[in-house]
Write a protein of this length. Sequence first.
Length: 173
Amino acid sequence: MRRAPIQGPTRGALVLDALEREALLPDTSLFEGFNLIHGPFGALRYHSNVSGEDAPLPLGFHGISNHFLDTPWPKVVSAQQRLRDLVERGVVSPDALFDLLLDGKTPADAELPDTGIGLEWERVLGSVFIRTPTYGTRCSTVVLVDRSGLVRFEERTYVPGPLRVEKFNFRIQ
């Protein structure tokens, strides 16, 4: 079921609020639909203002696309498995993770979800990385945090022109 568009505040405010207060705004229904993982390490939470879910995030591998946490869409299941494989092989680097996020393979039609947008768009949206002349993945972000609190943040923006890469390293306590 689709929600009607909401002309509310920017969802970017949610991230800042969650970082500054380690809590969400009291009324997230004012925002367009979103999923957010938030909270301190060891006590992460998942919140969806569409489903109304706000719950502790269990340890393990999780995936989110344009639906809810761990919706078993082929691209989510595939990316989760590829991430598991990278971790088990000890190959958790920004480049390896960006390779995962650049996956443009589309599942077979029979494996695609039926979200009500028609088969042609299900095919377009069926890959992890989406590219069409008018719609697609705008950017990908990798955030790695080690046990000492060192954060490596890298974002790659895919717009016409050269690839734009931004990197930040900082420590959290």
